[in-house]
Write a protein that binds this ligand. Structure first.
Ligand SMILES: [Mg+2]
Length: 231
């Protein structure tokens, strides 16, 4: 199938990389090291800022280090989306990617397609709920090497939620791209619906490995090998 586009906006989890990598590798990596990492860095200003914000969020005294640590560990276990936790996980992952040899999982067909689309002159952008810092870390250290050079830009939920039409309108505005010259790839139907509402072309990646249920509401494929993009 061929689509005409100048800009491709791409989700990460379940789209270019497996959901299991984030769930089974990245999150446990941060969780296992969290307590020790907080203890080691607790005097440093950036960690103090994370701890103070976590204390505010949890309604704890800023000096209650055991209480704050327990709150952060609980949020991590329950996958609560709070900024101080995201910051902390991001810091721990830097160590994981740069020193412990973690490599971001990407499906082979996704690696191939990112190169094909890039070589065809399509401007590639990421839109993921992981922080922009974490996105860059992942694409700088993937199973296929450093792929950062393939991307023109990165967006996270600081621009708005992925299920809200207005987020896609804001991204179009920032990129300066017309909706009908833009295509969005995601595994998630609610995200695809929101992008379509903004006038963007949509394709669902329904990967059997991730257990994604194919939708009939959008073009749905199992692999990027089925999608060509031309300007
Ligand atoms: Mg996804």
């Amino acid at each position: 199938m061929t689509f005409r586009a100048r800009v491709a906006l791409i989700d990460i989890e379940g789209t270019v990389g497996s959901i299991a990598f984030v769930r089974d590798v990245l999150f446990p990596y941060a969780q296992e090291r969290m307590e020790g990492y907080i203890a080691t860095h607790r005097e440093e200003p950036w960690m103090r800022a994370i701890l103070d914000e976590a204390a505010r969020e949890a309604g704890l005294d800023v000096h209650d280090l055991p209480g704050i640590t327990a709150a952060l560990m609980r949020w991590a276990r329950d996958d609560v989306k709070v900024t101080p936790l995201k910051e902390l996980q991001g810091r721990i992952w830097v160590e994981g990617f740069e020193s412990s040899g973690i490599r971001g999982h990407l499906y082979d067909d996704a690696v191939d397609a990112l190169h094909r689309y890039h070589d065809a002159g399509i401007a590639l952008y990421i839109y993921s709920s992981g922080s922009i810092a974490a996105q860059k870390l992942l694409f700088g250290h993937t199973v296929a090497g450093d792929l950062l050079h393939l991307f023109r830009g990165f967006y996270d939920t600081t621009i708005g939620g992925k299920r809200e039409c207005v987020s896609y309108e804001r991204i179009l505005g920032e990129i300066g791209s017309a909706p009908n010259e833009t295509i969005f790839f995601s595994d998630n139907v609610a995200e695809l619906d929101a992008a379509r509402e903004a006038g963007i072309q949509t394709v669902q990646l329904a990967r059997p490995q991730d257990g994604t249920v194919p939708t009939t509401a959008h073009t749905s494929v199992e692999s990027f090998a089925q999608i060509d993009l031309i300007r």
